[in-house]
Design a protein around this ligand. Structure first.
Ligand code: BGC
Length: 426
């Protein structure tokens, strides 16, 4: 047996996002979209797992399992239901939630925007609107004032690369539905601007807070022909956002899988030229960089093991992305703010966690400042357009009774967290 010890003070957590677990988020653009006739959303979020009302017991359960951190998001649509009107009762709700997290001896890590927007913000064009970064900043200020010194970790915008790519380029079925290449670029700009403004506001109010963005990142691979398209995709989906983390206190890495871009060898030089021409570059990226879809499917490569999401089962991908951040921003503290697997068989999750942590331990051994591992997700929950069928949770939820049942993987990861070490055979 080998003991893989993690550094003192390592953050061991689980994550959720308000819209995916709270239920009844009826003032958000997502709720609206889920109920639209002809929506691509499999089912509406409805009562979700009623975390809005059950957070107390949920938090106690997570603490009891051995974790020391809980990453969750506060919902802009609840806190500012219409422009400039802040709902004190909702701020108080989240303040109580933070208190519950702290009383359970968990470190609260608060995400300020996890995909969903208030309907009134979406009506302005969401992240396309020149006004939204400043409106986001104003909302962030109210939240940080309400939390005072009880929150040390803030994630501003969750996965800006995915929001821009999915919501504004229209590459994945994702609201708010204002699609197109020009919108994509504009949204990317708005998201980065929103992050910068939010960071400045948080640091002004609470200089000791650790502020970062959380980035969707994949382990990228290509053959020789696919290399220019792969590099381009990675740049447009990840690198530009990671670069915007240069001034942050930490970088949040969120990795689920590996993406492989394959093109005939002859297309390599051609696409290198094509990628330099804006209209074509945009078309190429739209087709080539579809997350999770670039992997060989069983039809083309039956040897690739897939998760419920249709993504390659690739626990080590997270180490590759952490290494990439360390290459781009050397010395910058990194936290894995999401990593996990959608799997019906919980044994797959235990295997995934083991291999992911082994790969991350090697990263730390190489001197990369990895500060924590936050697993997605604490609970089975609402997986956006895919509804409730995907099982990412360490804890199962019977949505008819709202009963929670920790899976063996919850005990497994909780014990690792408690011991601050992973024991592996050999
Ligand atoms: C998001 C989560 C989502 C998870 C699994 C991340 O992109 O932040 O909200 O549930 O991936 O798809």
């Amino acid at each position: 047996m080998t003991e893989l010890a993690f550094p003192d003070g390592f953050l061991w957590g689980t994550a959720t996002a308000a819209h995916q677990v709270e239920g009844g988020n009826s003032n958000s653009d997502w709720w609206e979209w889920e109920l639209k006739p002809g929506t691509q959303c499999k089912e509406p979020s409805g009562a979700a797992i009623d975390h809005y009302n059950r957070y107390g017991r949920d938090i106690a359960l997570l603490a009891g399992l051995g974790f020391n951190t809980y990453r969750f998001s506060v919902e802009w649509a609840r806190i500012e239901p219409s422009e400039g009107v802040f709902d004190e009762a909702q701020l108080e709700h989240y303040r109580r939630m933070v208190e519950a997290v702290r009383k359970s001896k968990l470190i609260p890590m608060v995400t300020l925007n996890h995909f969903s927007l208030p309907i009134w913000v979406a009506a302005k064009g969401g992240w396309l609107s020149d006004d939204v970064p400043a409106l986001f900043e104003r909302y962030v200020r109210r939240v940080v004032e309400a939390f005072g010194d009880s929150v040390d970790w803030y994630c501003t915008v969750n996965e800006p690369g995915i929001v821009a790519f999915g919501g504004y380029l229209g590459a994945i079925p994702f609201p708010p539905g204002t699609h197109g290449v020009a919108n994509w670029k504009r949204a990317a700009h708005g998201l980065i601007e929103g992050h910068r403004k939010a960071r400045a506001a948080i640091k002004a109010l609470r200089p000791a807070a650790q502020v970062g963005q959380t980035h969707a990142m994949q382990e990228w691979e290509s053959n020789a022909g696919g290399r220019p398209a792969m590099e381009y995709s990675r740049r447009m989906m990840e690198d530009i956002y990671v670069a915007a983390s240069r001034e942050d206190d930490f970088v949040g890495v969120q990795t689920y899988t590996r993406a492989r871009v394959e093109m005939p060898r002859l297309l390599g030089p051609l696409s290198r030229v094509a990628l330099a021409i804006p209209p074509i570059e945009d078309m190429v990226v739209a087709r080539a960089a579809h997350p999770g879809k670039i992997n060989p499917t069983p039809a083309t490569n039956p040897a690739v093991r897939l998760t419920q999401m249709g993504w390659e089962f690739r626990p080590q991908a997270v180490a590759a992305t952490v290494r990439r951040v360390a290459e781009v921003l050397p010395g910058k503290p990194i936290v894995v703010t999401e990593n996990g697997v959608a799997a019906a068989d919980d044994a797959d999750r235990v295997e995934f966690i083991t291999d992911a942590l082994k790969s991350l331990h090697a990263v730390i051994a190489d001197g990369i400042p990895l500060r924590g591992y936050v697993h997605w997700s604490a609970f089975d929950n609402f997986e956006w357009d895919k509804g409730y069928a995907m099982q990412f949770g360490l804890i199962a939820v019977d949505r008819a009774t709202q009963e929670r049942e920790p899976k063996p993987s919850a005990q497994f990861l909780g014990s690792i967290a408690k011991a601050n070490r992973l024991t592996v055979a050999g």
